[in-house]
Design a protein around this ligand. Structure first.
Ligand SMILES: CC(C)(COP(=O)(O)OP(=O)(O)OC[C@H]1O[C@@H](n2cnc3c(N)ncnc32)[C@H](O)[C@@H]1OP(=O)(O)O)[C@@H](O)C(=O)NCCC(=O)NCCS
Length: 190
């Protein structure tokens, strides 16, 4: 592997197999299950998006995920329960920064599946993929203050809380701070 980000992951969609979950491309057949996640105001509470209110809007999200992958900007995976094939959440890696080999992670889990360890399992899989397969050096996450569940998931996945970035994001009409957390290749490999 060379010294830059391994962009070959954009040649064929990378499917990642875990113990209980499989990370795979979200397809139109998953539309209704994805709608359940994106229409839930508890899931959207700390995120940039307003809960969506029609299944048709979900199609736009899926098309957007496809476009971002084709443009090599972001990879969004569905988190599928291997036992029954159901969609339990989504997760992504994006904002790839070439020279510093850095990216950002994001994730949302269906509310009925919270507290079963799915986010932690998915993030650990993404960290391994980012640092080992994509040759990145740093994976960042920004969490809105108050989203303690998300902070806990990142801590369990080996991320270190680095500080508070003031008024970083414009979320639902206001500027909000972001807790910055990150994991480095050197943290992961030690
Ligand atoms: C944050 C989120 C992804 C967590 O998913 P999850 O699959 O439930 O996460 P896990 O089961 O792996 O871990 C949850 C942890 O949070 C803990 N937790 C649950 N409620 C909590 C609360 N109110 N405060 C603090 N910790 C809490 C759980 O006890 C568990 O930790 P433990 O294993 O030490 O007991 C999920 O709640 C979600 O989708 N939230 C809405 C979207 C979101 O916030 N995305 C992240 C944006 S940065």
């Amino acid at each position: 592997m060379g010294i830059g980000i391994n962009m070959r992951v954009f040649e064929e969609f990378p499917v990642i197999e875990g113990e209980r979950i499989k990370l795979d491309r979200i397809k139109s057949e998953n539309e209704e299950e994805l709608y359940e996640i994106l229409s839930d105001s508890d899931v959207a509470e700390y995120d940039w998006f307003e809960p969506i209110d029609t299944v048709e809007r979900t199609e736009k999200f899926i098309n957007h995920y496809d476009e971002e992958y084709e443009e090599k900007e972001e990879i969004t995976w569905g988190i599928f329960n291997k036992a029954n094939g159901k969609l339990v959440g989504i997760c992504n890696l994006g904002d790839f920064e070439d020279s510093s080999r850095r990216c950002e992670v994001g994730y949302d889990i269906k509310k009925s599946e919270w507290n079963k360890g799915y986010a932690t399992e998915a993030i650990k899989m993404l960290v391994k993929f980012a640092l080992c397969d994509m040759n990145l050096n740093r994976v960042e996450a920004f969490v809105t203050p108050g989203n303690d569940r998300s902070v806990r998931v990142l801590e369990k996945s080996g991320f270190v809380r680095e500080g508070l970035v003031r008024e970083r994001d414009f979320i639902k009409g206001e500027l909000v701070d972001g807790i910055i957390m990150a994991i480095l290749k050197s943290d992961y490999c030690k």
